[in-house]
Structures are given as C-alpha cells and as structure tokens.
Design a protein around this ligand. Structure first.
Ligand code: IVH
Length: 466
C-alpha cells in the first residue's frame, strides 16, 4: 500500500460522533481496498483506525450497531440454515459453445425483438466461476430517526440459490465477505439512484490467491486439498461458524439488481453503474457491444487473458441491455431468452502417466511431479503436472502407467485430476509409486513427521536447501 492521505485527526470528544466519523473513514478505506483494489492508506494506518474504533466501542458498548465495520464476524455458530423463498426465480443460463450457437441465439433475439432489433445492444460480462448469492438491503434498524425515502440502508439477508425458488439464509457468513457492504449511507444510495429496499444478485468466489493459501494451510494441517476454488467457496459459505467462512477470504461481484422482484433500471448497463456507485464490487471487465462481432471480439480477448485474472472464469455471459426487451423476451424453463453463457472449452486432456519424479524444494520438502506423455491442452503442450504429496497420489489411486485426466485450471501448473476409469478400455498402470527413502538431491535422510502430509529431507546442508 502507498500512503497518500493520513487518517483525519479527530478533535471531537463526543464518543457518538467520534465513532460515526471513524466508521465512515474505515468504510471508505475498506471500499478502496476490497472493492476498488486501490488502497489509499497503509495497512498500519488502517489498523490504527480500526483499533481506535474498537476501543471506543468497548468503552461505549451501547453504541455498537450491526453495520459497524467491527461487526463483520460475530455471533455464535448456528445449528443449521433456514430456508427462504426467493423474491423472483434465481435462474440459470443456457450455454453456447461455438460462434454458430451465438449466431442462432442472436437471430432468435432479433426475430422476437421485431422492428426494435436494429438498436439491440448486448452487455458482455465475465462468467465468474463461483456460486450465486442474493443479498437483500433494507432501511436500517434506526430507520425511525430518518425514516422515509431519505435514509441509508443495511444488509438484511443473504440467500443462496438453492433450487432457484427457495435458498438457504447464510447472512452471518456473507457478512464476513469484505467486498459486501454492510451498510449503504444515504448520500451514496441516492447518488446511485437506488431505493431503500432492494436485492442484489451476484457471484461469491474464492480468488486464486486465497485458494492457494488455504490449500497450503490445509496441507500443513494434514487435510485434503480442495479440488478447485468454486468448491472451496461453496464449502466456505455453508459453514455453520462464520469465523470459518471469514478464514476463506471470499469475494463477491454484483451483477443484477431488483426492487420488489423486478428489474429497476431501463438498461442493464445502467444497473451495473448504479451498483458500482452504491459501493458494490462490479466487474470493470465488461463491454457494451453494438454487434455480435463486438461480442465475439470480447470473448476471444478474454479467452486469451483469463489466466492472468486473480479469479477463475469459465466463460462470458451476454445479456440484452434494454430491460423492456428482456421482459418481452421472457424465459424458457429455467433460463432467460435474453441472456446466454458462452462457455470456454474445458482445458482438460487425457494422457499417460509415464513416471513420477520427486523434486526437493528450498525448505527440504519433497514434491512429486507427474511426468506425462506430452498432450496438447488449450493452446500449450503439457508434459508435467503437480501431484502435491503422497496423500494426493493415494487419493487419486494413481499408478505409474495409468491413463489420466490432466486439467489446466487458471494456475500455471497443470494438475492430474483423475485416473481414467477401468471401463474406458484403457489399461491400468502397473507400478505403485513409493516416496524415495533417500533424498534425490543429496542422499540424506527423509522423514515424514507424525500426522504430517509432506516428506522432508533433514540434511541441513542439502544443496536443494542452499
Ligand atoms: S447472470 C438470469 N452474470 O452463472 C441471469 N450469472 O450458469 C442469471 N454467473 O447461476 C445470472 N457470472 O451463478 C450472470 N456475470 C454473470 C455471471 C453469472 C457467473 C453464474 C451464476 C448463474 C450461472 C449460470
């Protein structure tokens, strides 16, 4: 973080206004850090503000309100989740896999639009690989003081998609997601043009960095690694203890808004801008396309750049911009006619595991690596993949010589995700892998401490460590 502004000095001695001022400053800095990825004070200066607020709240507990930035992770673990009906169906999307699929969809949209088809605009958004979440905002508990149309609003309820009609209420867990605003001050809400009660829909996801960190930590604690960020995010949201959700460091991007179950603005692009103005994290990587050619350019552009994103995407969502036309187009079954998901080809391939090689890292940790028959996956030739540790090899039931499925996720290093099953006609491998008894670098002793997943070389002068 760079230091551009310093925390405002607070000459005020009235605890109530001091607390309000600190909360406003902290909200602003959290918005800059978690939503805009553009912090304007140092971590230490931010911590100082939070500590000041905590101290004041501890001295005046009657002034603690649920929308205070100190109240994200609170409450006792719950016994279970309550089912809640959605304000309108939470839909899924039909998929397109080729440019022809998109052309067909575009033709259907234009036919149904009739004479208005000339001015169709499409909004292109990244298809985030997480889980959808509805979050309701309502006038705060203190609405009495500034009731009516003038006040701010607070996060009231967060509900998972469930079966689309009924989801599970996971409010305390979603409150721990730092990019989700707990409160929207009146001025900001009005600037965004939002009423005091509305529902936001969007995607909860786990950034790659959180995923890697969490998996490393799980490995250290002898727990199995999560297969992908989406599973880790979904598991995180279903924790009964919000402390555990907080530890997963999830993120939330908003992409839809409704008021009393209906879309609110005339254009979807306007909705995204309003959500952004209200303080939600809205993906800036979006485009208002004037033709299918422009849509296709956006799709191709992100297929190439998707690995550089800090989170995983699995395609592009294309939506009709004008909401009146969306309503006219309506739905088929569980999906709208006015939107479609272009799915990027799965980046997986089938190949043979020729060997398992063991590398020694700087800490002395032994990491098994799959040596593969080279296979072309999503534009590159893959000949090696990480296997993490012996437990992972045993979990996969891997033998040398097996045919395996290799996936290139967003990570730089491909992964072996599965052994091709026996009824595929492919022969099974024949050689069981064993960890070496001596370090492959120095011949030193190898140990695996009681209850640990990883093996280590204990020779302090092992060249791999030096
Ligand atoms: S719009 C009716 N926009 O994809 C509109 N969905 O396959 C429904 N998703 O359930 C959602 N990124 O969880 C929309 N930018 C985006 C999205 C997105 C990811 C997910 C969402 C939905 C699923 C449908």
């Amino acid at each position: 973080m760079t230091s551009r502004t310093s925390p405002e000095s607070n000459a005020d001695t009235n605890p109530e206004s001091q607390i309000e001022s600190l909360r406003a400053q902290i909200r602003l800095h959290e918005h800059r850090y978690y939503v805009l990825d553009d912090p304007s004070i140092t971590d230490a200066a931010y911590d100082a503000l939070v500590n000041q607020l905590k101290a004041l709240e501890a001295a005046h507990p009657q002034l603690i309100t649920p929308d205070s930035p100190t109240q994200r992770v609170g409450g006792q673990p719950r016994e279970g989740f309550v089912k809640v009906e959605h304000s309108s169906q939470m839909l899924s999307l039909d998929n397109a896999y080729t440019l022809d699929d998109l052309r067909d969809w575009d033709r259907r949209v234009r036919e149904l639009a009739g004479s208005a088809s000339a001015e169709i605009r499409y909004v292109c958004e990244l298809k985030l690989d997480g889980l959808s979440m509805a979050i309701r905002y309502a006038p705060g508990a203190d609405a009495g003081a500034d009731a009516g149309v003038d006040g701010g609003c607070e996060l009231a309820r967060a509900i998972t998609r469930g079966d689309g009609s009924v989801g599970e209420e996971v409010t305390p867990n979603v409150r721990t997601v730092r990019s989700v605003p707990l409160a929207i001050p009146a001025a900001q809400r009005k600037k965004a043009g939002l009423p005091r009660a509305f529902e936001v829909r969007g995607e909860i996801l786990m950034p790659r960095a959180s995923f890697e960190r969490m998996n490393d930590e799980r490995e250290r604690n002898d727990l199995p690694r999560f297969a992908n960020p989406r599973n880790a995010a979904a598991g995180g949201i279903r924790q009964l203890d919000p402390q555990l959700t907080a530890a997963r460091r999830l993120d939330y991007f908003a992409y839809a808004l409704s008021v009393e179950g209906r879309t609110y603005f005339d254009h979807h692009w306007q909705t995204l801008e309003a959500l952004d103005a209200a303080g939600f994290k809205v993906n800036p990587k979006r485009k208002l396309a004037h033709s299918l050619d422009e849509v296709w350019t956006f799709i191709e552009q992100w297929e190439e750049k998707r690995d550089a994103l800090p989170y995983e995407i699995d395609g592009i969502v294309i939506k009709v911009d004008r909401t009146a036309l969306q309503r006219e187009l309506g739905f088929t079954g569980k999906a709208p006619r006015w939107a479609i998901a272009y799915k990027y080809a799965a980046r997986a391939g089938v190949t043979q595991l020729n060997d398992i090689e063991v590398n020694v890292g700087r800490t002395g940790k032994l990491t098994p690596t799959a040596v593969l028959e080279p296979v072309f996956i999503g534009g590159t030739t893959v000949s090696r993949a990480t296997l993490h540790n012996l437990d992972e090899i045993q979990r996969l039931g891997l033998m040398i010589g097996d045919w395996v499925i290799v996936e290139r996720g967003g990570d730089v290093i491909p992964k072996v995700t599965k052994v091709v099953d026996d009824d595929s006609g492919k022969p099974r491998g024949t050689r069981v892998f064993a960890m070496p008894e001596r370090c492959p670098e120095c011949g030193g002793h190898i140990v695996r401490a009681e209850g640990e997943v990883a093996h280590f070389c204990v020779n302090t002068s092992c060249p791999a460590k030096l």
